[in-house]
Write a protein that binds this ligand. Structure first.
Ligand SMILES: Nc1nc2c(ncn2[C@@H]2O[C@H](COP(=O)(O)OP(=O)(O)OP(=O)(O)O)[C@@H](O)[C@H]2O)c(=O)[nH]1
Ligand SMILES: [Mg+2]
Ligand SMILES: [Zn+2]
Length: 294
């Protein structure tokens, strides 16, 4: 029996990476009965061309389907499509909930005017202040920045995240020029209603295993409770102990340290507004009994 990591899954076959080699396997029939679908990133046991067992997952992303992710590079277009803190916060919260370290990478900074760049820099500073690493060079694919990112990702299982057309594949092509991944004009990709990237696989890029994944164009539902949500905003989590009430949701409660911090400009207003919006979305979400709630 050998152990490895699923590097690619394609029409019923699983390519498993073990000892620096790829082994093509099929899943034993009993997987379907047990409702386990092996996905890319899974640590598995295999023998004689058969995938036998999926080991427990550290985490699991649904879109894209990747398991055991250490770091996610949230590729965010500074322009085209228009930058939105709301979309960025949605992605950050989803990653925090899965205990995946987010890294924010701004693409298309070359399309910004100097004024636009300066404005966005203020927002970037806000995200850095709450602990996120943000790549925001004036030139999106500057050598220095690419080098820093490579160092950060080395040895990790990584997924690219971001809206369709954000520039995920383009960034990967810059990290590993031999890759030659297909990239597309966002307008045509959206018109056709599909993505340039479709298949999910882990690519060996600069010593990391990276999933280039299809971007999303619609919003996901939130798979968490309203009570847990504030924990996924690091700046709120930090201040919550100073709120008068334990379990304060920072909404209508009196003597709330988070609301005070918003008033004083210590917490970004956009983050708080997004928090309230997400809270309402979760509160109004119909319970989904088909899924196991965490
Ligand atoms: N000017 C400029 N264009 C960029 C930059 N990054 C990406 N693009 C362009 O944006 C378009 C979309 O890039 P992709 O890399 O295909 O986007 P993606 O995130 O992989 O999209 P999906 O695979 O559909 O999810 C392509 O035409 C790229 O050339 C950038 O930093 N500056
Ligand atoms: Mg792509
Ligand atoms: Zn509070």
């Amino acid at each position: 029996m050998k152990q490895g990591i699923i590097q690619q899954s394609l029409s019923g076959f699983y390519d498993i990476l073990a000892d620096g080699e790829i082994h093509r396997t099929r899943a034993r029939g009993n997987f379907r009965a047990r409702k386990i679908k092996p996905i890319v990133g899974d640590r598995v046991e295999f023998e004689n061309g058969y995938l036998l067992r999926v080991l427990p997952r550290k985490n699991e992303l649904v879109r894209p389907p990747v398991a055991n992710v250490d770091i996610a590079v949230v590729v965010t277009a500074a322009k085209k499509p228009t930058f939105s803190t709301n979309l960025l916060d949605r992605q950050l919260i989803a990653l925090e909930a899965q205990k995946i370290i987010p890294v924010i990478y701004f693409s298309k900074t070359d399309l910004l005017s100097d004024d636009e760049y300066a404005k966005l820099a203020e927002i970037v500073a806000g995200y850095r202040k709450i602990g996120y690493q943000v790549f925001f060079d004036r030139e999106a694919f500057a050598e220095d920045q690419l080098h820093q990112l490579k160092e950060l990702l080395k040895g990790q299982i990584v997924t690219m995240m971001g809206q369709t057309g954000a520039g995920k594949s383009t960034l990967l092509n810059h990290l590993a020029p031999g890759l030659g991944l297909a990239t597309g004009e966002i307008s045509t990709a959206l018109k056709r209603g599909r993505h340039t990237t479709r298949k999910v696989s882990l690519l060996n890029v600069a010593g990391a295993w990276i999933a280039d994944t299809p971007g999303f164009s619609s919003y996901e539902t939130f798979d968490m409770t309203v009570e847990k949500l504030p924990n996924f905003f690091p700046e709120m989590k930090e201040l919550a102990p100073n709120c008068k009430f334990r379990g304060c949701l920072h909404l209508k409660e009196p003597q709330c340290a988070v609301k005070d911090a918003v008033k004083n400009g210590i917490i970004m207003k956009s983050r708080y507004d997004d928090y309230v919006q997400f809270h309402n979305l979760i509160a109004n979400q119909k319970p989904d009994y088909s899924k196991n709630k965490k």
